[in-house]
Ligand binder design. Structure first.
Ligand code: ZN
Ligand code: ZN
Length: 231
């Protein structure tokens, strides 16, 4: 019997053999089936660029705008879940209240995708120095650092406000707040020719496009994509 990290009820993790063999490193489940079902997977018709669920068309309105701004050079974002109230509550516990254990639930939700899809470099979106100090950990690196080798080459400028505190208009008008850390030595690892930027939630795309702008000088000629647990 294990205790579910979310509802604290005891549960017996059910593991199929197929699942054990398909995953190189097997992770023990942290939440029960009931809680797992509360998170809504993105299903059906999705935006071909950012994974957002769509009623009609191929590309969502946000991506249409990025397509115009970046002259067609859009950022392919992979996302798995809808940002609904269940997710909102989880992120409040994790980010606002600084409940470090919640990262294990986030890891569970995206683990399978991340071990299946290979990239040469995984670059986490950094937390602002002020926020990191308040929580004592970097929220994005804490989620992905246990699963993937991270290349922490982006720095968030001091004094730049967190996107979570802004409305949509303000988010889009935010100036570039990332810098490249020139002291980081990037290990040679070119197999796929691809880089994956890691974030938790894709809201307008502003943060991830700025991250990509910076990474283009670090990884010239490589294909840069992004991953967010939610869209
Ligand atoms: Zn539960
Ligand atoms: Zn889109």
């Amino acid at each position: 019997m294990k205790k579910c990290l979310l509802c604290e009820q005891g549960f017996t993790p059910v593991i199929s053999f197929a699942k054990i063999f398909s995953l190189k490193k097997y992770r023990e489940l942290k939440i029960c089936r009931h809680c797992q079902k509360q998170f809504q997977r993105l299903t059906g018709k999705q935006c071909a660029i950012c994974s957002r669920m769509l009623d009609k068309g191929i590309i969502c309105n946000d991506c249409e705008r990025w397509k115009r701004i970046y002259q067609g050079d859009v950022l392919r974002n992979h996302a798995l879940y809808r940002y609904d109230s269940t997710f909102h509550d989880l992120m409040v516990s994790y980010k606002r209240r600084g409940d470090y254990a919640m990262r294990e639930i986030l890891q569970e939700l995206c683990y399978e995708f991340l071990v299946k899809n290979k990239y040469d470099y995984y670059v986490p979106v950094p937390t602002s120095p002020e926020h990191q100090q308040r929580r004592q950990f970097d929220t994005i690196s804490a989620i992905y650092g246990d699963i993937l080798p991270l290349t922490t080459v982006l720095i968030k400028k001091e004094g730049s406000h967190a996107q979570g505190e802004k409305n949509k208009e303000e988010r889009l008008k935010t100036p570039q707040s990332f810098l490249v850390d020139k002291t980081i030595n990037i290990r040679e690892n070119k197999q796929t020719g691809k880089v994956l930027i890691l974030d938790d939630i894709y809201t307008t795309g502003r943060t991830l496009y700025y991250a990509r702008d910076c990474l283009k000088e670090v990884f010239p000629g490589m294909q840069i994509e992004s991953f967010s647990i939610c869209r």
